[in-house]
Design a protein around this ligand. Structure first.
Ligand code: PLP
Length: 381
């Protein structure tokens, strides 16, 4: 089944919701039992069923099934947020060893490593995703983003997976930016794939959720980590996310085309110093895009203006495109990474990664390209 079709139908569970076209919301924190033995069987894992919503619930399972189908994974579990999914994946997969993370990752993931895992005694190491040989051997788990936040740099997932597996490590890929529309990291050797569902998978800016996909054994460990941390999701959030996922294929088709069109337009503007999108001629990741993306680049791009004041003036002049610290919504949104998503990094580190005071990130929505171009042209004028 094509992933676009899977997005429309996966997770339809007739046994749970035999007659309604759209699944009901099981908005309950607990499930009842007819007798002590059936309760013991479910809580002891001998029978399939639900007992307590923090441990498992139908809306989470329906959404998990759908994302597993999209990512081509045997299993998935749902977390209260993307950060919950990343925490569960790292803790479940590290096997008591250190955690290694690529240099270019979401600032929240850096905060997790430096602010919480390290103080708990978990060694956290960093490496250059563009150089698989820089992977620290002592790590048990490796975190990389298939397309990095905020500049959308791509990683050689196959080389990273092969190197990690040679060291007996597990590769966790954050696929939030690329999405399974463009990239299915399990096909390239990833052991676990994580998402901030909050973004393109749910797609409407109205839900906070995360997901992990992988094999039954690893996902089972992630699920018990989430259950124990209390980072499992609310049924309504799962229901909204599944509703959003139904239009994933058509939303992504338009958003990805918009990103390519906007990248081409921005590359021709005098005020724009550089456009970060693999579709732009001369981009260093064009070859990786051919190998790992089923399209020329993600529905997100970044570009550099001449300093923070120019970035601020540009953002003030936007009307249709609004400033919001997120991405992956039906509406195009803009962000200044240096002061929001990557504010945790020091000035030297930001400069080294290319996150400059004039860097602006655009997450493309599903509007018509001509309206976006007119808006951007006006703000740059
Ligand atoms: N991963 C990436 C690449 C992100 O951009 C984000 C948030 O922006 C997250 C993970 C965290 O997701 P959430 O905000 O749903 O916890």
């Amino acid at each position: 089944m094509h992933p676009d079709t899977a997005a429309v139908h996966a997770g339809e569970e007739p046994a749970l919701a035999p007659s309604s076209l759209v699944p009901p919301i099981y908005q309950t924190s607990v499930f009842t039992f007819s007798d002590l033995y059936s309760a013991a069987d479910v809580t002891g894992g001998k029978a399939v069923g639900y007992s307590y919503t923090r441990i498992g619930q139908p809306n989470a399972d329906m959404f998990a099934q759908a994302v597993a189908a999209l990512e081509g994974a045997p299993a998935a579990c749902v977390a209260a947020s993307g950060m919950g999914a990343i925490l569960a994946a790292l803790v479940a997969a590290r096997d008591g060893r250190a955690v290694a993370a690529a240099d270019e990752i979401y600032g929240g993931s850096v905060a997790l490593l430096e602010g919480f895992l390290e103080p708990l005694g978990v060694r956290c190491l960093r490496f250059d995703a563009h150089d698989p040989l820089s992977l620290p051997q002592e790590a048990g788990v490796v975190l990389v983003e298939s397309a990095s936040n905020p500049l959308g740099r791509l990683a050689d997932l196959r080389a990273l997976a092969d190197t990690a597996h040679k060291h007996g490590q597990r590769l966790v890929v954050d696929n939030t930016f690329a999405t399974p529309y463009l990239c299915r990291p399990h096909e390239h050797g990833a052991d676990l794939v994580v998402h901030s569902v909050t973004k393109f998978l749910a797609g409407h800016g109205d839900v906070t959720l995360g997901v992990v996909t992988g094999n039954e054994e690893l996902v089972g460990r992630c699920q018990s980590a989430l259950t124990t941390f209390g980072a499992t999701p609310d049924p309504f959030a799962c229901w909204l996310a599944l509703r959003g996922l139904r239009t994933f294929g058509v939303r992504m088709e338009r958003a990805v085309a918009n990103a390519k069109g906007v990248a081409r337009f921005l590359a021709q503007q005098g005020a724009v110093q550089r456009v970060h999108h693999p579709s732009v001629p001369g981009h260093p990741d064009a070859e990786l895009a051919r190998r790992f993306l089923s399209g020329e680049g993600p529905a997100i791009l970044a570009f550099d203006l001449d300093g923070e004041a120019a970035a601020a003036r540009f953002i003030e002049r936007l009307r249709l495109i609004r400033y919001a610290p997120s991405l992956g919504d039906v509406s195009t949104i803009v962000l200044h990474p240096a002061t929001t998503s990557h504010r945790q990094l020091g000035p030297a580190e930001k400069e080294r990664l290319g996150i400059l005071p004039g860097t602006i990130r655009l997450s493309l929505g599903i509007e018509r390209l001509e309206d976006l171009v007119a808006e951007l042209g006006h703000a740059l004028d």
